[in-house]
Design a protein around this ligand. Structure first.
Ligand code: NAD
Length: 500
């Protein structure tokens, strides 16, 4: 395996690390200190993407016929490499993405968990057998690979999300081209290196770095790509969906969220406050499942607000590599500006700013994209800050009277990823699970924190019906093939010869 000694990185095409043919690069910088260059990566163009897709296409016939347990052995070895290098990978991830070390360790761990899970699937990949309606006839359905997969990922889970896509794609027998987000290429580079070291054959996974229009869009147009899995914003998801339509690619979209925590009068309040602080400000609010809305019932509203605001004000913001830091920076200057813009919008809409509201740029924070943990209270659920995804450390608190009001507020947004309710009333807990319009519902836990063996994804403008993770992912990364064997030695006509 080729190693790279400097901080100039290459694409991974057909088992080789190669620069972009256009010889253009972009910088990967530390959002906690933009003077720090983490690495330089190829700004790939359509020509590079085309080579990567060709490599994946050429590798497909052999990989498709490699027994799934053999494919899985490579994944087991990959997981072991990730375990060995977890700390190094987590530190690099904090340097390029900004989230605190405990969280980047969690991100690498999620990749490990997903890799083991999908390695296990190599000896399962269960299909269906079922009795035929006719005598002396055998019927079953098996999973077959789809072909070349195009995988496009965001920056907020830079190793976990690429692994959510790559591992099921590979174990199912597909080959792939992966285009990670331009803000966090190094973590995907590490994941790719682990797969390569583990013995993944040339061309089975190809990785191209670059921005969306330059390196992502050509994947969507290419006729040799049969399937696309995208995670990112709803705006880009719509572009992806439209670009996949003309060639009828199987297309999976995981997009934005506007998630809510509902706190009922009967909740364990200290637990709800802990959960809301973690759900709202964990990963600097830059999780698709972040709790950016908190709806609190009247009787406990004041107490919740006072305590939550006090906690937000004391969160330590800084470099994620410092063990004392509780919240890191925004990913880049643009995202920081978006956050600052939403603070202005919230104030203009008449929401009460109870904590934060400003960029942090004094002393050690001067070179980073830091923003105060920010809390708006007494919000109206129709305000833009309660409707639109901000993707930053901004939480809007909304008072409500009844359980039905809470449901209406929760469901009154375009997104449908994750929702949570804190209550000790079992009836309300079950009604919430039934009636909240989201792909994920938590009871007495915040909106964030997925486990890899369960389906992950959203409804409405968050998702298009497919799911990451668990067995559900296999349904996306494989096609069903239905097989019938008639051993009766005579013509048997389904629905005709057995209905007399
Ligand atoms: P983004 O939509 O800007 O970019 C996502 C990926 O798409 C990147 O790799 C980008 O380069 C690529 N891209 C951009 N334009 C493209 C184009 N025209 N053609 C092809 N590819 C293109 O999102 P982001 O800023 O990286 O991530 C944040 C967003 O991701 C948030 O909206 C967040 O909610 C969402 N997200 C969703 C989930 C989920 O599972 N639902 C998980 C994580 C993040």
């Amino acid at each position: 395996m080729a190693t790279v000694a400097t901080s100039t990185y290459s694409n991974f095409i057909n088992g080789e690390w190669v620069p972009s043919r256009a010889a253009k690069t972009f910088d990967d910088r530390n959002p906690a200190n933009s003077d720090e260059l983490v690495g330089t990566f190829p700004a790939s163009t359509a020509e590079d993407i085309s080579s990567a897709i060709q490599a994946a296409k050429d590798a497909f016939p052999k990989w498709r016929l490699t027994p799934a347990p053999k494919r899985a052995e490579i994944l087991y070895r990959t997981a072991e490499i990730l375990i060995e290098r977890k700390e190094e990978f987590a530190r690099d991830m904090t340097r390029e993405m900004g989230k605190v070390l405990a969280e980047t360790r969690g991100d690498v761990q999620e990749a490990i968990d997903m890799t083991y899970l999908m390695a296990g699937e190599g000896r399962r990949l269960f299909g269906e057998t079922t009795p035929s309606e006719l005598p002396n006839k055998f019927a079953m359905a098996v999973r077959v690979p789809v072909g070349v997969a195009g995988l496009i990922t965001p920056w907020n889970f830079p190793m976990a999300i690429p692994s959510w896509k790559a591992m099921p794609a590979l174990v199912c027998g597909n080959t792939a081209v992966l285009k990670p987000a331009e803000d966090t290429p190094l973590s995907t580079y590490h994941l790719t290196q682990a797969l390569s070291e583990a013995g993944l054959p040339a061309g089975v996974l190809n990785v191209v770095f670059g921005d969306g229009p330059g390196a992502g869009a050509p994947i969507l147009k290419n006729r040799d790509v049969s399937l696309v899995s995208f995670t990112g914003s709803t705006e880009v998801g719509r572009i992806v969906s439209e670009a996949c339509a003309p060639t009828f690619k199987k297309c999976h979209l995981e997009m934005g969220g506007k998630n809510i925590i509902i706190v009922m009068d009967d909740a364990n309040l200290p637990l709800a406050i802990d959960g809301a602080v973690w759900g709202g400000f964990g990963t600097t609010g830059q999780r698709c499942t972040a709790a950016s809305r908190i709806a609190v019932q009247e009787k406990v509203y004041r107490e919740f607000v006072d305590k939550f605001v006090a906690r937000a004000k004391t969160l330590r913001v800084g470099d994620g590599l410092d063990p004392a830091t509780e919240m890191g920076p925004c990913i880049n200057e643009q995202q920081l500006k978006t956050v600052m813009n939403y603070v202005e919008i919230g104030v203009a809409e008449g929401a009460k700013l109870a904590a934060g509201g400003h960029r942090l740029e004094k002393g050690a924070l001067a070179k980073g994209w830091f923003h105060e943990p920010t809390v708006f209270v007494d919000c109206n659920p129709r305000m833009r800050i309660c409707q639109e995804e901000i993707f930053g450390p901004v939480v809007s608190i909304i008072p409500f009277e009844s359980f039905d009001d809470a449901l209406e507020i929760a469901n009154g947004v375009q997104y449908g990823l994750s929702a949570s309710i804190y209550t000790r009333n079992v009836n309300n807990a079950f009604r919430a699970q039934r009636d909240l319009q989201t792909g994920i519902v938590y009871v007495n836990a915040p909106t964030i924190g997925a486990e890899v063996h369960l389906p992950f994804g959203g409804i409405k403008n968050t998702g298009n019906g497919h799911r990451e993770s668990g067995v559900a992912a296999l349904d996306f990364y494989s096609d069903w093939k239905t097989l019938y064997v008639d051993y009766s030695d005579r013509l048997q006509r389904a629905q005709i010869d057995n209905s007399e």
